[in-house]
Design a protein around this ligand. Sequence first.
Ligand SMILES: [Mg+2]
Length: 149
Amino acid sequence: MNKAIIFDWRRTLFNNDEDIEFPEADDTLQYCQSRGYRMAAISLVSPKNRAKRVEEINNSPLRKYFELALVTDFDKNQLFEQAVKHFNIPRNEIFIIGDRVSDEIKYGNKYGHPTIWLKEGKFSSELPTEEIGKPTYVINELGNLKKIL
Ligand SMILES: [Mg+2]
């Protein structure tokens, strides 16, 4: 398989306001898997919440879809690097999806990934700057990922 997706965890797959996975997440990841995408999830957390976040992902019914689930309290870019290295395929074959342009989209655009901005929720009004660049795709709900892949 030569295509992959790196998912941001919080506010992309997991709704932290409700403390539960988004209802469409399971179905969407199942679809991605059926289309042959390899998947990883990554998450940045404060040091004091690190253990809890690891547990949150590892106990999630979504965990089974991910080859890698990575949590850091230090540097999210390092997790992207780790996931890219793990997949060992060209960056232009690895989608990066997240809810925050200053984070996932910034990294993805900088290093030549196709990027998908889930423009929904808390950070939906935080628009891309010239430095960040436009995301390759914009979706308003996670389920619309299916229309892109
Ligand atoms: Mg997020």
